[in-house]
Design a protein around this ligand. Structure first.
Ligand code: F6R
Length: 244
């Protein structure tokens, strides 16, 4: 795992956007795996700026998002489809037909999860998978468990995750208790994984992810098994690492 240590959130966002921008310039047909949450918002802002001011061209880019709340419609303000439109897709020259987010209203989950995995396979995996990390080590919504789950699947969100995400809703009662998430096979099929972490609150889980054993109770620890992972983190998030 390559670790890029930066001063703060702003530097992290610039660095991540530069890497993604370089990939899109080198290969205009890039397939990007994208995340929601607070962490990538600065990266998306910078990509929007690069599109507007530096001719970064997304017209041939395909995106595949990690997850979606189960039961939320695409136009629900807290849905991840809505988040992606608001924070990125509405502001760049991407063809939304080629932006994929799991279907939160699926009536046949088994089929739609299998279709999502088929899509990722058809695309040949993502070129870059962008990830944040939950306080409990989740990536996508792969929560701590006894096993790593390979395929796209429905998950019960942990109380910790529901509480962490309540900040986006009017109250914790409104946070859906289930989500559809890409599984570990989809995430690990990326050529490069770019994981971002900012702030002291992430320091302990970053240490477990990087220096602890590979353990499904710390889902992000599976990244130790991927050949090309770049962790971009600020000094606070790296503050508990022994090796630095
Ligand atoms: C979101 C996702 C989650 C977040 C994680 C961290 O699509 O997959 O794994 O990356 O919950 O969220 P933030 O960035 O808000 O701390």
């Amino acid at each position: 795992m390559q670790i890029i240590s930066v001063k703060d959130y702003q530097a992290l966002s610039l660095q991540a956007a530069r890497l993604i921008g370089a990939q899109v310039r080198l290969n205009p047909d890039t397939v990007l795996g994208l995340a929601t949450g607070s962490t990538p918002v600065g990266t998306y802002k910078e990509l929007i700026r690069m599109c507007a001011e530096e001719d970064l061209d997304f017209s041939n880019v395909t995106t595949v998002n990690l997850d979606e709340y189960y039961g939320l419609a695409p136009d629900h303000e807290q849905s991840y489809r809505y988040f992606m439109n608001q924070n990125l897709f509405d502001h760049i020259n991407i063809d939304k037909e080629f932006t994929y987010v799991p279907d939160g209203l699926s009536k046949d989950l088994e089929a739609s999860c299998a279709d999502y995995d088929d899509l990722i396979e058809f695309l040949g995996g993502t070129d870059i998978q962008l990830l944040g990390i939950g306080h409990d080590g989740h990536i996508g919504f792969n929560e701590p468990d006894d096993v790593f789950t390979a395929g796209t699947h429905l998950v019960d969100l942990t109380p910790d995750t529901i509480e962490a995400n309540a900040r986006f809703f009017k109250s914790a009662d409104e946070v859906p208790h289930q989500a559809i998430t890409m599984g570990m096979k989809g995430i690990m099929s990326a050529s490069t994984i770019l994981i971002l972490a900012s702030g002291k609150a992430k320091a302990s889980i970053i240490r477990k992810m990087v220096e602890g054993p590979v353990d499904p109770q710390v889902p992000a620890s599976i990244l130790q098994l991927h050949p090309d992972v770049v962790l971009i983190a600020d000094e606070d998030a790296l503050s508990e690492l022994m090796a630095l």
